[in-house]
Design a protein around this ligand. Structure first.
Ligand code: BG6
Length: 299
């Protein structure tokens, strides 16, 4: 596992490193375009704020940073399964990538002034008890005027491997009452709040109670329109057929205990990935990636 001192080899690229709590290391970026922090655990983007703008990514004001525990906010990586494990409920929800250390492999200053970091998930005896397949996975994160993430899975086995996956992004919003999500009109979804009933979306998605939906067979752009912040967040994706919209609303938020007072009003998860019937079959010795890009525009 990388340590604060071994990570210093990347210091000349403009990155700084610190320990948020015991053993919980973060990389900090402050370039011409944006400020961001990325945790070594989970390669979890904790925050991202383009210069001169409000934060785009939401991190709970009472988030706790603990080794082996997922953090409430940022961009957790759900991999190699999304949601509960299909056959073994003792395995961690949303997979183990978000609670496992990743290795920073390369850092590149791009001509645009953006910084691109490549992380690879560290395999260990602990991860192999959860997933005994040879599937190296990398996350490329580009911190620039936009935020771009590419999750790549290689299958080094001699038979196909099935994964489901998502970038579980928490977006900062002014207030749940003031946002709409466009781009899902007419899409079919599984409603987790109503026993996985399959439904069809009509119009924009609005939030006035718990929302937990997996939209399937959709690769279109989504736009979070925020009247309060007078901005739109454009969510573009490639090789992603599922979009999850999640807000726990007040009762569930109170039970979860790590969203902070009214936290559920200030965040909205719009997650891109491949889940349920859109899980991905990666052929033997094949590779699969999906990518997202988040761009903010004033209204
Ligand atoms: C969403 C799921 O992706 O993540 C929800 O659809 C779940 O069902 C939510 O509650 C948060 O999950 P977790 O494990 O981070 O609390």
């Amino acid at each position: 596992m990388q340590t604060l001192s071994t990570l210093q080899q990347y210091a000349q690229t403009g990155l700084t490193f610190s320990e948020l709590s015991e053993g919980y290391l973060v990389a900090e970026i402050d370039n011409a375009h944006a400020k961001a922090r990325i945790a070594v655990q989970g390669a979890n983007v904790l925050d991202y704020q383009p210069k001169g703008q409000e934060p785009v990514i939401w991190l709970s004001p009472v988030a706790s940073f603990k080794v082996g525990k997922s953090v409430r906010g940022g961009v957790p990586v759900c991999w190699p399964w999304f949601g509960a494990h299909e056959v073994d409920s003792s395995k961690p929800g949303h997979g183990y990538a978000r609670v496992t250390p990743w290795t920073l492999q390369t850092v590149e200053n791009l001509d645009s002034g953006a910084l691109r970091l490549r992380w690879q998930l560290e395999e260990s005896n602990a991860t192999r008890t959860l997933w005994d397949l040879d599937t190296p996975v990398t996350l490329d994160i580009t911190i620039g005027a936009n935020l771009q993430l590419i999750l790549t899975t290689r299958n080094l086995n001699d038979s196909p491997v099935i994964v489901s996956e998502a970038l579980h992004t928490y977006f900062t919003i002014s207030d749940v009452d003031k946002v709409q999500v466009h781009g899902l009109d007419g899409c079919e979804y599984y409603d987790k709040v109503e026993g996985m009933q399959r439904k069809t979306q009509t119009g924009a998605v609005t939030i006035s109670s718990e929302v937990d939906r997996v939209y399937v067979n959709t690769d279109t752009e989504c736009v979070i329109e925020d009247q309060g912040l007078q901005r739109r967040i454009h969510i573009n994706k490639q090789n992603s057929q599922s979009t999850v919209v999640w807000n726990p609303w007040v009762d569930k938020a109170n039970k979860m205990g790590d969203l902070g007072d009214d936290g559920y009003r200030r965040m909205l998860c719009v997650e891109s990935g491949n889940a349920l019937e859109n899980e991905v079959i990666i052929p033997a010795l094949g590779e699969h990636y999906f990518a997202v890009e988040y761009r903010v525009a004033a209204m």
